[in-house]
Ligand binder design. Structure first.
Ligand SMILES: Nc1ncnc2c1ncn2[C@@H]1O[C@H](COP(=O)(O)OP(=O)(O)OP(=O)(O)O)[C@@H](O)[C@H]1O
Ligand SMILES: [Mg+2]
Length: 511
């Protein structure tokens, strides 16, 4: 029988036990199917095993022990095989029912128990009800079942998952960036969603530029462009708000007060004036307009940060912000290259662009064709940590407001426990890669909308590129082997990779 795994021997509620057929492999985490009546199917996940034998009783064990020598070694293997052979020993698998598909092929949460001695088999491409829920329209990997990887693609539905925010968590080297690149590649292929990525380490540009659809759907913006494919990232003075400045340094109360006074007195010209005029003149101007006297030290700090920003971002009169926002709403991937920009500039820029995007999406001039847009923020605790969240910065506002405007955050971090609980509770899709720290895993277990406690061992043992996906609309948290970007580009998009990337390719793909 094709994929036959065993027979059900006990069921209670959603708990299922089955005897594993002789010579069949069933692993922890295997997703299997219990065949019901008239085409009903019960999808189960194995999480434990026990071995039972008619020799299990204490007297029988004692009898078998007598067949061993003083060192516990077998004296007569043939005799022992005689006792243990036949069907006296069975392996019982314990499993949890995940969901159920009725005779018409609709998928439901568990509704009833399967019958005694029902057949258990492996998943196949024929299990369409389950697989269409897992498939999504932004593909990122194959379903894993126990130690094997099934040839069954898994993805998320962007219209559901993006506005409800995504979290990608994993220790360094667990495959977070590869996953973001694979998600970006799927989006590049379909042009159905906008994706804003800040490329701090120059890793995304190199890889995504190889995508066959990059020339149409990838827009690259760089402070210092050095190829014809890169657009100049022009940020105008008028684009910069006090909030973008406060994002990149710590300010005292008087400094914050002065900053907001400057912007309300000089409006869009506050930044060029701040850079152009001497501190005593600025202090006099402010005193005249507001009646408040600010110390030169207070104003110097603001001027110094503004000067740094101007140097880093090459502030000018013209702006490409509208172009970036337009391309995102048209379903393109916008890559902001930050290779020569310090963390200070990066924080200001990501705040600035995210805020403009939120403003743009929130205004009433949205067109029906505007796509959902996702902003990727790496090392997200810098913006959404426990302390940072309370400042109600733009990312905190995005987490709580953006879903109304078809805008979502993809929060990437190595240590989810550093994020504010309010942020974690708003992430309705979690990609959990390998996490070395127990406190990070426990945090996700408590914050995840799906019950992932039973997958605790699986999560603990995830290898690079393996993850558990839990999303609101899926009926269970699914184990996934993420595609390796280079393989995915070649097999799915027929990409012709350059020399350095061929070296990274799995031998099977090159062959
Ligand atoms: N799904 C995968 N299949 C095969 N190899 C992978 C997979 N995901 C990642 N890798 C490999 O693992 C290495 C680390 O991956 P990656 O850079 O994505 O990790 P990371 O989590 O972003 O690390 P960091 O936190 O340090 O940025 C890379 O060399 C990458 O090629
Ligand atoms: Mg990374």
């Amino acid at each position: 029988m094709n994929g036959y795994k065993g027979r059900l021997t006990f069921a209670k509620g959603t708990y299922v036990e089955f005897v594993v057929a002789p010579n069949q492999e069933v692993d922890f985490g295997d997703i299997l199917v219990v065949e019901g009546h008239n085409g009903e199917r019960f999808y189960i996940r194995t999480y434990d095993f026990s071995v039972k034998s008619r020799w299990s009783g204490i007297n029988n064990v004692g009898y078998l022990m007598n067949k061993l020598d003083d060192q516990g070694q077998v004296v007569n293997q043939e005799e022992l095989d005689f006792y243990l052979g036949g069907n006296h020993t069975v392996k019982i698998a314990k499993a949890e029912q995940l969901c159920y598909s009725d005779a018409a092929g609709s998928l439901w949460n568990p509704k009833t128990c399967p019958d005694f001695f029902s057949e258990i088999r492996a998943l196949t491409a024929d299990d369409t009800a389950l697989l269409s829920e897992l498939k999504g329209d932004i593909e990122f990997g194959f379903l894993k079942s126990g130690r094997g990887v099934l040839d069954l693609p898994v993805g998320i539905y962007g219209t559901k998952a993006i506005p409800e925010h995504i979290g990608i968590f994993g220790t360094t080297g667990s495959g977070k960036s590869n996953l973001v690149k694979v998600l970006a590649s799927s989006i590049l292929g379909s042009a159905q969603y906008g994706l804003l990525i800040f490329d701090v380490h120059d890793e995304y540009y190199r890889d995504l530029a190889q995508h066959p659809m990059a020339s149409q759907n990838l827009k690259v913006f760089s402070v210092k462009p050095n190829s014809e494919h890169e657009n100049k990232l022009n940020i105008a003075y008028a684009d910069v708000d006090p909030e973008d400045v406060t994002a990149c340094a710590t300010f005292t109360e008087p400094q914050l007060d002065a900053l907001y006074k400057l912007s309300s007195v000089w409006q869009e010209q506050w930044l060029p004036y701040m850079l152009r005029y001497e501190i005593p003149d600025i202090a006099d101007e402010l005193a005249g307009a507001t009646g408040q006297k600010f110390q030169s030290r207070t104003l110097s700090k603001i001027k110094s940060i503004c000067w740094n920003l101007q140097q880093e971002l090459g502030l000018a009169e013209e702006s490409c912000v509208a172009e970036i926002l337009d391309s995102l709403r048209q379903g393109k991937v916008a890559l902001i290259q930050l290779k020569n920009v310090s963390p200070v500039g990066e924080q200001a820029l990501s705040t600035l662009l995210s805020k403009k995007l939120l403003q743009r999406c929130a205004d009433n001039k949205r067109s029906a064709e505007d796509k959902s847009v996702m902003i990727v923020i790496e090392e997200a605790h810098r913006f959404l940590g426990k302390k940072e969240y309370t400042s109600n910065n733009v990312f905190a506002r995005l987490v709580s407001e953006a879903r109304k405007f078809n805008l979502g955050l993809c929060v990437v971090d190595q240590q989810p426990r550093l994020l504010a609980d309010k942020v974690l509770s708003q992430l309705n899709t979690l990609f959990i890669l390998g996490l070395a720290s127990k406190s990070d895993r426990t945090k996700l277990e408590t914050m995840c909308r799906k019950d992932i406690l039973q997958q605790r061992n699986e999560i603990k043992n995830l290898d690079c590129g393996e993850m558990i996906v839990a999303t609101n609309y899926m009926r269970f948290a699914a184990p996934v082997r993420v595609h390796k970007l280079e393989d995915y580009l070649v097999t799915r998009f027929d990409a012709k990779l350059s020399g350095s990337q061929l070296v990274a390719l799995a031998p099977s793909v090159i062959a």
